[in-house]
Design a protein around this ligand. Structure first.
Ligand SMILES: *[C@@H]1O[C@H](CO)[C@@H](O)[C@H](O)[C@H]1NC(C)=O
Length: 327
């Protein structure tokens, strides 16, 4: 009697487990079928050339005029070689302007090397221009000097120690073309009202973590951003000289000044574009953190100079819809 009931209980439990098991298996199977169907759909579209076709369409829709790489470098020839070798392979690149502020002019060997790189990628009717813009004084304002003979309307301003894949740059370029008066970039930053100072109209500069936490930004840094070349002119000749002097003296905040300038002129927020960043320099970490008090000082200083806070906040982020797996 005793033995039988134990046995019954055991078979009952076994049945229950197998019932649960079969429901799970069914669910799993369903998932597998859906997954296989999706994968097949993806493959077929690639196979019949739809995907390749749309890439070709995408590339041929580039305007005749591309963008100019405006690269800021200082005594790091190895990084300069690496970045230029990479960007020269991007299809929309038309011109490379190197902002040179070292006491010595570029050596023959680096000029020769870069010329060879550019020649290698200048084919099929495309010719990439390469020029050094040599500056006598070493100032952070050099990177925004007016360039009189610039072939393109837009510059992609970049530091020599970060690299973005061509696909990211060209996405940013197409975003810029739909909003040519604003700054379009990969490194967002934010400002907000300093409530601890009451109604004094003081602001705080927020770094990457603030953007990550709130999803809000009001600047994109010029170490990786596209903007119209007219802003180089405005920065050099129209912006109050006191701001440029402040930037030179403190060796900081030229990027914040540019963000203020563009926001003041356009009345619009910048646009943050999703892109993969590869840091090739060794100073990556220090450039990401710290120094936020100095940056806060710059923001408040520039607000005083502009007579108002021109920056506009936003939460929009541009992504390449082809890389979004699910819609
Ligand atoms: C800000 O924009 C206004 C209106 O366009 C302009 O008059 C002013 O000069 C600009 N301020 C600065 C500092 O560029």
């Amino acid at each position: 009697m005793m033995r039988k009931s134990v046995l019954n209980r055991r078979t009952w439990r076994h049945a229950a487990i197998s019932a649960v098991g079969s429901a799970q298996v069914k669910l799993l199977l369903l998932c597998c079928i859906v997954f296989v169907l999706l994968a097949l759909a993806g493959r077929t579209t690639t196979f019949i050339g739809w995907k390749n076709g749309s890439d070709a369409l995408y590339e041929s829709s580039f305007p005749k005029k591309g963008y100019a790489l405006l690269i800021n470098t200082w005594k790091r020839n190895d990084l300069l070689k690496k970045s230029i070798s990479h960007y020269a392979s991007c299809p929309g690149l038309q011109s490379i302007r190197i902002v040179w502020s070292e006491p010595d002019p570029p050596s023959d060997s680096i000029v020769e090397y870069l010329n060879r790189v550019v020649q290698l990628h200048s084919k099929d009717g495309r010719e990439i221009e390469l020029k050094f813009d040599i500056n006598k004084e070493d100032s952070l304002n050099n990177r925004f000097k007016e360039i009189k003979d610039l072939q393109t309307d837009v510059v992609f301003s970049i530091d020599d120690d970060i690299i973005f894949p061509c696909s990211s740059v060209e996405l940013a370029f197409s975003v810029w073309r739909s909003a040519p008066d604003t700054m379009v970039g990969f490194v967002p930053r934010v400002h907000w009202v300093d409530k601890s100072k009451g109604d004094q109209g003081k602001f705080i500069y927020g770094g990457w973590w603030s953007v990550w936490w709130t999803g809000t930004y009001s600047m994109v840094l010029s170490k990786a951003a596209l903007f119209h070349k007219k802003y180089l002119n405005l920065y050099t000749y129209e912006m109050p000289a006191s701001i440029r002097e402040y930037v030179t003296k403190n060796r900081n905040c030229e990027d914040i000044a540019m963000s203020f300038l563009v926001a003041n002129a356009s009345g619009a927020p910048p646009i943050w574009v999703k892109g993969k960043i590869f840091e090739i320099g060794s100073t990556g970490i220090s450039s990401l953190g710290g120094h936020s008090e100095k940056r806060t000082e710059c923001v408040n200083r520039f607000v005083a100079e502009f007579g108002r806070m021109p920056l506009v906040s936003t939460t929009v982020k541009a992504v390449d819809s082809r890389n979004n797996w699910f819609w």
